[in-house]
Design a protein. Structure first.
Lengths: 224, 294
């Protein structure tokens, strides 16, 4: 593995996406301020804005770093550099996870801090929020995997739609588990079995998506 | 390990609607190979296989002593590849690209890059998306030439260029080729470009190499004979010569194995040889393709 080349490619993706990342994180921080300072309406709007910002940064990253690289034919430029498919895949996965992970971690920690720090918001929301943000992360890994392997705009859009439906499904299903629903109104943080199970599934989806990416890329024979 | 810069043997690649088959190609070090074929003949696929970007289904590919596609990462350190469908990052400047490439290749020659900027009339601070097609092609060439690769693989580099830009690009390539250690594989459907700069020629059509050899012998071997053929005279059948009647008493003979004895044979048969004309590379290529397709 040529780690120097992998680092160069990660640096390239960081260079091209740092401004957009800053903008999305800025929107995310604004949504956290709404959660921290506003009333009930601002809390609802801030929650929607936070989820939207995270989903949007993921879509932006995958489209710009993977799909557009194919459609804009810059992939040919990248693949003529002294790298092979494994190094390209490693660079893409690491760059995406690092950049998205930065935004995700910032907003996840911010969300937990706002919930824990503001008396008016029940602390019992933290596990529920973790499942939603965890689902956004898992969906992101799935979308990234589909984009890298298929290099197709259509397949990637399909994965985006599926990922977002799954976010809605997690919000609905987990929120309607009676024990979890009851915890949402208390100030006690309880990691109940359904919450842990959902987090486990989300982690498994993320790991499986990334592992499948490396496996399927290793079997690919055409790169431009 | 072979002593040739490029050695393809029995290379095949199958797609649902196109097959590249039995490609054998040898390019010695320091030579310039013009790879000529119509659109869709398999030129780009062959060059991509050579670069490791597309993996062959069968056959072996060795480039600068590296087996492809397995050793592509190492081989590509010494190969400069430009293709008409390769794009640079539109949002970035040429200076960013130069810095990026320089950070990857220790062989990057900053002085030569500056020379090329002036020669190609490019501005390094200009964003790629603001450049014309010709400027983009020249920018791509600058990025590969300034790192002084041992092998240049150029896939239709002059396609879509205006005559001035084409002349500038070809002139620079000629200058690069003055370095005899540099090997170049240059694909085009423009035979004039290939004729100007190549030592070796390979014709490809419908996924197969139909002829290959050094350019001078191609030009020497191919001739068109114009004959006056009186009534009752039958022209002898000669291997490698195709007779095309052009009027009741005139015929054109095209051959890829010309020697003075051929003209003598037609004279002896009673025909009058009115002219023995050399053929351009384009005429040779078109005739070759027509013969193979017939």
């Amino acid at each position: 593995m040529n780690y120097t080349m992998v680092r160069r490619l990660i640096g390239k993706d960081w260079y091209f996406n740092r401004a957009a990342l800053g903008a999305y994180v800025g929107v995310g921080i604004a949504s956290l301020l709404m959660l921290a300072l506003g009333g009930e309406t601002a809390f609802f709007a801030g929650s929607v804005l936070l989820i939207t910002a995270l989903i949007a940064v993921g879509i932006h990253l995958v489209m710009v770093t993977v799909v557009y690289e194919r459609t804009n034919q810059t992939l040919a430029f990248v693949m003529t550099l002294p790298i092979d498919a494994r190094e390209y895949t490693t660079a893409k996965v690491v760059a995406n996870l690092a950049i998205f992970g930065l935004a995700w971690t910032t907003l996840f920690v911010g969300t937990a801090a706002v919930i824990a720090g503001r008396g008016a918001i029940p602390d019992g929301l933290i596990p529920y929020s973790a499942t939603i943000l965890g689902e956004i992360f898992a969906a992101y890994c799935l979308i990234l995997a589909v984009a890298i392997v298929s290099e197709s705009t259509n397949w990637t859009i399909g994965a985006i739609v599926l990922g977002n439906l799954m976010v809605q499904a997690v919000m609905f299903i987990v929120g309607n588990v009676p024990a979890v629903a009851a915890d949402l109104k208390t100030n006690v943080v309880v990691w109940r079995e359904p919450i842990v199970a959902v987090l486990g599934i989300e982690l498994a989806v993320a790991v499986l998506a990334i592992a499948s990416t490396f496996y399927l890329q290793s079997r690919k024979t055409d790169f431009v | 390990m072979t002593s040739a810069a490029v050695h393809l043997q029995g290379v095949a690649k199958r797609y649902p609607h196109f097959t590249l088959d039995g490609i054998d190609l040898v390019l010695p070090h320091g030579q310039i190979l013009g790879f000529i074929g119509p659109n869709g003949a398999g030129k780009s696929t062959t060059l991509r296989i050579l670069m490791g970007l597309v993996h062959q289904d069968e056959g072996s590919v060795e480039v600068l002593g590296h087996s492809m596609p397995a050793a592509q990462a190492t081989a590509k350190r010494e190969i400069g590849f430009a293709s008409e469908d390769l794009r640079l990052y539109g949002a970035a400047t040429l200076a960013w690209h130069m810095g990026f490439v320089a950070s990857i290749y220790p062989s990057w020659d900053a002085g030569y890059a500056e020379q090329l900027l002036r020669r190609f009339d490019l501005k390094s601070e200009q964003r790629i998306k603001g450049m014309s097609h010709g400027q983009r092609v020249k920018a791509s060439l600058l990025l590969i030439l300034a790192r002084r690769p041992r092998l240049l693989v150029l896939d239709e580099p002059t396609t879509g260029l205006d005559p001035v830009a084409r002349h500038e690009v070809l002139a620079e390539l000629m200058a690069v080729l003055a370095d005899e250690s540099r090997t170049v594989l240059f694909s085009s459907h423009n035979t004039l470009d290939v004729e100007q700069i190549s030592d070796q020629i390979a014709f490809i059509d419908r996924g197969r190499i139909i002829a290959a050899g050094d350019k001078e012998s191609f030009l020497d071997r191919w001739r068109r004979l114009r004959l006056a053929v009186p009534s009752g005279v039958e022209l002898p059948a000669v291997p490698g010569a195709v007779i095309t009647p052009s009027s009741p008493h005139l015929a054109v003979v095209t051959t890829d194995r010309f020697e003075p004895a051929l003209a003598a044979a037609y004279s002896d048969a009673g025909a009058t040889v009115q002219a023995v004309e050399p053929m351009t590379l384009e005429e040779i290529f078109v005739t070759n393709v027509q013969w193979r397709r017939a």
